[in-house]
Design a protein. Sequence first.
Length: 219
Amino acid sequence: MVSELARGAGNNDPMDGSNLLQSARVSATFLHSTLDLDWDRPIPDMTWSVREVVAHISDVLLWYATDLSAGNLELSTMDLKVRPTDEPAELIRTITTFSTVLALVVDGVPPGQRGWHPDGLADSTGFAAMGCDEILVHTYDAARGLGQEFEPFEVYSQPVLLRLFPWAPKDADPWEALLWANGRVELSDRPRQVHWHRHPAPLDEWDGAADAEASGRRS
């Protein structure tokens, strides 16, 4: 299944709902392989357990669907929360369900539609990329909590890196660079980031400047 999805994903095409569905399938495939492990285990360097971070993935996917639908102004009238106490298999099914919801919104909004986000007004490609980022990186977090390894193919990580972190180094492994851009790991001579952020607005609105923290190198 993974190889078929990899052949169908392109690194140079604008991100859309298909990227979300592909990332969700990769995540679900991995998480299903861990159902016999203890999902109550804490994740190193985080305040969440495995089940809590998996539930959080779905929280964010639904938030993003709402944010893009609501337009430029933040909509904060609802408390959207997935129950982390539910069975792990149901938490996985929630990821695949809510990724479908976000994919339908991403592909269904009018061209040029923007939605509120703390990092800037995102277009549909930005929300697609952020959804994939949440799915892939938090699945990595869950894997760490379970003592497992999760490393998706480059065809999944590279489009997210290019869309959300245009200042990231181009000569690094895309998955390692994506983890670094999300503050998870060190990268070569670049320290682990603390105050990281994304660029979810259209890329033609990026001024080309390097992120101050991201451009920092060890002396």
